[in-house]
Design a protein around this ligand. Structure first.
Ligand code: ADP
Ligand code: MG
Length: 322
């Protein structure tokens, strides 16, 4: 059985590209570029809470870093450095090797140096701290939305939640739909290129980790504003797979784990954002408008008629509404 230090050397120590001092000392050293601010974030994945215990380790490795990269995307920051704190029940090398392969595949895909961490025995749990760079003053914040802004969402929200429902036997998907939903759940694609392109264009942004409505609600609360969302404008992939309509709609509006971006921008940017969708390429859909009103309030319209939607998203300490 390898020692803690053999495990680190074998699986978590890789050459770095833009780091002064990486894994192996008591601390890592990085040097931000002139004129840049550092954006820092941390996210934890716990067995049984964030992933099913039998999740494929390579997928889990990818997702462990990807959910952190997504926070950088939502800030309009370029992800640069990451640290990984890992608790593992045993030093099972095949499992750790597969996890590391997924983790570093994500690091390589986004040009991230893994510069340190901690490795300990315990119930399976992964905590990443990520650091990105953004030109001073240009980060996208939740608090920047303005009355009259349009609300946009990237990609096809709801697929990850449908993938989970499928895995848990709560719905049946066709083979093709199952592949798409499984990919959304297990290999989320952080929208870094979109986040970078939205600097100087969007007023506010957030990534969808808890649910489209819940996360849009965070923008509205931070900005002290309300919004109207038009159901028929939402990207309808989650509704098109032939599963129970109520479940599909719940996944679309309140399903977590998509890691798409929700952002607001002035209508004067509408054409620019449509062009961006073509050049990225990535579906960008205008789904509603921001207005003055009770902070955080969301009005949902279905073909112009008010509709009820109880659940906004996932909350760890409240399994009901959020
Ligand atoms: P210390 O005891 O000084 O905290 P550790 O023995 O925990 O140091 O770690 C040794 C080195 O390996 C440190 O540079 C640390 O950042 C790095 N490290 C530990 N675990 C990981 C990991 N899972 N991924 C990346 N680097 C790690
Ligand atoms: Mg340590």
């Amino acid at each position: 059985m390898p020692s803690e230090f053999e495990l680190i050397d074998r699986y978590f120590r890789r050459p770095t590209r833009h780091t002064v001092l990486g894994v192996g000392d008591d601390g890592a050293i990085v040097r931000p570029a002139v004129g840049m601010e550092l954006v820092l974030s941390t996210d934890m994945l716990v067995a049984g809470t964030h992933f099913l215990p039998d999740t494929d380790p390579a997928d889990l490795g990818w997702k462990t870093l990807a959910v952190n990269v997504s926070d950088m995307a939502a800030m309009g920051a370029a992800p640069r450095w990451a640290l990984l704190a890992a608790a593992l029940p045993a030093a099972t090398e095949s499992w750790i090797a597969a996890f590391a392969s997924g983790f570093f595949a994500c690091a390589d895909a986004f040009g991230i140096d893994v510069i340190g961490g901690d490795t300990t025995k315990g119930p399976r749990n992964f905590c990443v701290t990520i650091c990105g760079e953004v030109p001073a003053g240009q980060a996208l914040r939740r608090s920047g939305a303005r009355p009259g802004d349009e609300v946009w969402v990237s990609g096809a929200p709801g697929l990850a939640a449908l993938g989970l429902a499928h895995r848990q036997g709560r719905c049946v998907l066709s083979d093709a739909a199952a592949v798409a939903c499984r990919a959304a759940l297990q290999r989320p694609q952080p929208r870094v290129a979109l986040g970078l392109a939205l600097r100087g264009c969007a007023d506010a942004a957030i990534d969808v980790s808890d649910g489209l409505l819940a996360d849009l609600g965070h923008i509205l609360e931070a900005s002290g504003l309300a919004a109207t969302i038009h159901l028929e404008r939402l990207p309808g992939a989650a509704l098109a797979f032939g599963v129970d309509a109520a479940l599909a709609r719940d996944c679309l509006l309140a399903g977590g784990d998509d890691y798409e971006l929700v952002f607001t921008a002035p209508p004067t940017r509408h054409a620019e954002i449509e062009t961006l969708a073509t050049t990225l390429p990535l579906a960008l859909t205008c789904i509603g408008e921001v207005a003055a009103g009770t902070p955080g309030q969301l009005q949902l319209l279905d073909a112009g008629r008010p509709m009820a939607q109880e659940r906004r998203g996932f909350d760890h300490f409240d399994s009901g509404t959020t």
